[in-house]
Design a protein around this ligand. Sequence first.
Ligand SMILES: [Zn+2]
Length: 125
Amino acid sequence: MKDRPKRLNRPWQIDYNILSEDRIRFPLVAVVEKTPNNGNIKDDHFIVVKYKRKKYWVLFKCPCGCGHVISLSLQKHHRPCWSLKVKHGRPSLTPSIWQISGCKSHFFITNGVVQWCGRDSFIIE
Ligand SMILES: [Zn+2]
């Protein structure tokens, strides 16, 4: 008998273990001590800049394909700042990421998967 997807307590939750690999945009987190050049960041890179055990920044390319490198602060005394969790090597960021200029993308990153925010509802890609 095949493994059945795990039953979830809440129907709107997604069991990320059963998502196919191609839906995972950021399969792993790279921790570096020096901020890399934007040109060295590939589409599936998710880079955390850490120095002396402190996480400072997270860098990744905008998942819409516009090529813009997004850098977000993980430092609590910065506003805005984001919280990063890593599970099975895959990143989750809260709150959502909203590009107020350029492509205006608005999305969540949850377990390496990009969840786009529509105008009125969530669209899970
Ligand atoms: Zn974009």
